[in-house]
Structures are given as structure tokens and as C-alpha cells.
Design a protein around this ligand. Structure first.
Ligand SMILES: [Zn+2]
Length: 122
């Protein structure tokens, strides 16, 4: 994967905080870059790739979207969260999780344990 294609992101932002591994999906990052380009402001990734051994994934029945390299959590709040949720739908993200101070975005497809499109709160 050539990270030079994604001018607003660097590989290390997406490394698993448990193992350091990074298996982000190139199509997902391209989608995220398109969102970021239209957003026009920096975004802070608080979680990208999560290895199946990451404690959050390990306690699930099956590893989730972060373990597929198809999800990020973005620190945001209020009007910025509103805008990001709007852009996420425009750019084809199919899983949107809304928390008090971050949003989760993924582009998983239905099947394999994923119901999509889907929006939820934490
Ligand atoms: Zn997430």
C-alpha cells in the first residue's frame, strides 16, 4: 500500500495500539481521503487498525470492522461531528457509530456478521 497516495494521512496514525500492526484496506483509506479532502480541515484518528488480539476485538464474538482494516474512530464533537456524519454518508461509509466525543466510520458490506447500512450510538 502506497501511503503517498493519501496526502492528509500517514501510516502510523492507523497502527494498532496493541501490536503496532497495520493492515488498513487501501479502498477504505481512499474513501477516507476523499472525505477528508471535502471536509478541508484536519481530522484526528483515535483508532484505526486493530489486530484481532487487541483487547477490544478479542472480547467480541467475532473481530469487527477495525480488525478488517475498514474502520476508523475520529475525535470530534457537535457541529464537526454533524458535518462528518453528513460527509460519511455522501462518501459511501455504511457503518456510523456516534459517541459523545468521537465518531466511528466503516465501509463494511452486509454479511459476515455485519448489518449494513447501520447507525448506532455508544
Ligand atoms: Zn470504531
Amino acid at each position: 500500500m502506497n501511503w503517498d497516495n493519501y496526502p492528509n494521512f500517514s501510516e502510523r496514525e492507523f497502527n494498532c495500539k496493541h501490536t503496532g500492526n497495520n493492515e488498513m484496506n487501501p479502498g477504505f483509506i481512499a474513501r477516507l481521503q476523499a472525505l477528508r479532502t471535502e471536509y478541508g480541515k484536519p481530522i484526528v484518528i483515535t483508532s484505526g487498525y486493530r489486530d484481532p488480539s487487541h483487547p477490544v476485538e478479542a472480547k467480541k464474538r467475532k473481530p469487527g470492522a477495525h480488525a478488517k482494516g475498514r474502520a476508523v474512530d475520529i475525535a470530534c464533537y457537535g457541529a464537526e461531528a454533524f458535518k462528518l456524519v453528513q460527509l460519511a454518508q455522501k462518501h459511501g461509509f455504511t457503518g456510523i457509530g456516534v459517541a459523545r466525543n468521537f465518531i466511528h466510520l466503516d465501509d463494511c458490506v452486509p454479511g459476515g456478521g455485519f448489518t449494513r447500512p447501520f447507525i448506532w450510538v455508544y
